[in-house]
Design a protein around this ligand. Structure first.
Ligand SMILES: *Cc1c(COP(=O)(O)O)cnc(C)c1O
Length: 377
């Protein structure tokens, strides 16, 4: 039998629109090869316009750096506790430890796979009783699906604990017609290579007012005091975005809406095509929710079926990936406090992310679904 290696299909690969290089070229021609310049300001304005609701955006070198600054701006420090969605990528939780604080992990609910409001409130009550009122809530729109925003905001208000909205996977998602990234006291975006738009690496912090943004920029540029010499009264970071990379971001913003539409089409294709096969389940949008469908995910009946599909795809040169392994199950977070209900562990065991790039072609999608159908029939 003849075998030929088929074209590799990636889980989520960069998808340039075409105008990115014009902005990069401009940076070269004007010699703005620095972590500031017209592309950085322009990219920030583009994001502000897209998200609306008066957000003030600081572009940074990564989403992880943005989370670090958000925690610092909220005064999180040594020995503090931060409530954190357990079902997420490690970058949501890691910066909590950079500051000497501790994550308290909260499990998910079934409707959106995100932060369970019930467990969140239970945790707050118990931690307050233990004399450790949490300093912040890290909530995540995982895979682009908004979390239960009204419920989480209500809890945040009752107990006076600010929310950091991890919108790294949710640029272009909306809740009740309003853009994700505009809800938290602070919010963050990521432009890593696998995200819905990319600058190869990069992120942004979204603030409610200009003063907070300026504080973030101050911290992100080594916390230099206003003096002719280099003077510092605060520890700073080197977290600003390069003007060259911001040029890629400006080009990507021009095609963001198309990218969201293409990812949503992928999801619809999978759902149509795999509907009714061996109890494959999809995460539907509750009323009022609009997901950018960053990654299309399926739930299979069991861990074994999940693995069979993953390996069958891998054999045909197709990348897929189990859903995020919850933070409370990670060896590095073994000793943390957690409030669990088994939901995220179950999702991790049975769930698979299918290739979801906005650059997938119809024949790629057919190749993928045919393999799954043949396997499960
Ligand atoms: C990608 C991601 C981040 C981190 O962003 P980087 O730009 O890669 O540092 C944070 N949280 C979530 C949920 C992510 O998916």
């Amino acid at each position: 039998m003849e075998t030929s290696v088929q074209k590799k299909i990636w889980l989520s690969s960069p998808h340039m629109g075409g105008t990115e290089q014009n902005y990069v070229q401009e940076a070269f021609e004007t010699n703005w090869i620095a972590p500031l310049g017209p592309n950085v300001s322009g990219f920030e304005s583009d994001i502000e316009e897209f998200i609306g609701n008066n957000v003030h955006v600081a572009c940074l070198s990564s989403g992880t750096g943005a989370i670090h600054l958000a925690l610092e701006l909220l005064g999180v420090g040594l020995g503090d506790e931060v409530l954190c969605q357990s079902f997420t990528f490690a970058a949501t939780a890691n910066p909590i430890t950079y500051l000497g604080a501790k994550p308290v992990f909260i499990d998910s609910e079934r409707d959106t796979w995100n932060l369970s409001p019930e467990l969140l409130e239970q945790a707050i009550k118990e931690r307050i009783q233990a004399g450790k009122k949490p300093k912040a809530i890290m909530a995540v729109h995982l895979y682009g699906m908004p979390y239960k925003i009204d419920e989480v905001m209500a809890i945040s208000e009752i107990y006076g604990i600010p929310v950091i909205e991890d919108s790294a996977e949710a640029l272009g998602s909306m809740y009740k017609g309003r853009a994700c990234g505009s809800f938290g006291d602070l919010a963050i975006l990521s432009f890593n290579g696998n995200k819905i738009i990319t600058t190869s690496g990069g992120g942004a912090l979204l603030c409610k007012d200009e003063e907070t943004k300026q504080k973030a920029v101050f911290l992100a540029t080594q916390a230099r005091d206003n003096a002719p010499h280099y003077q510092h009264s605060h520890i700073g970071y080197n977290y600003r975005m390069s003007n060259v990379l911001a040029g890629i971001g400006r080009g990507q913003m021009e095609v963001l809406s198309e990218r969201v539409a293409a990812r949503r089409d992928n999801y619809l294709f999978y759902r149509e095509s795999l509907h009714g096969i061996q109890e494959i389940e999809f995460l539907e949008e509750p009323i009022g929710y609009h997901s950018n469908r960053w990654l299309s995910c399926i739930l299979t009946p069991s861990f074994e079926v999940r693995e069979n599909i993953r390996l069958a795809l891998s054999q045909e040169n197709i990348e897929s990936r189990p859903l995020w392994k919850p933070m409370h199950l990670q060896p590095v977070f073994e000793d943390t406090i957690r409030y669990t209900n088994g939901v995220s562990e179950d999702l991790f065991n049975r769930g698979l992310c299918l290739p979801s790039g906005s650059n997938l072609e119809q024949e790629d999608l057919l190749r993928i679904t045919n393999i799954i159908k043949n396997l499960l029939r």
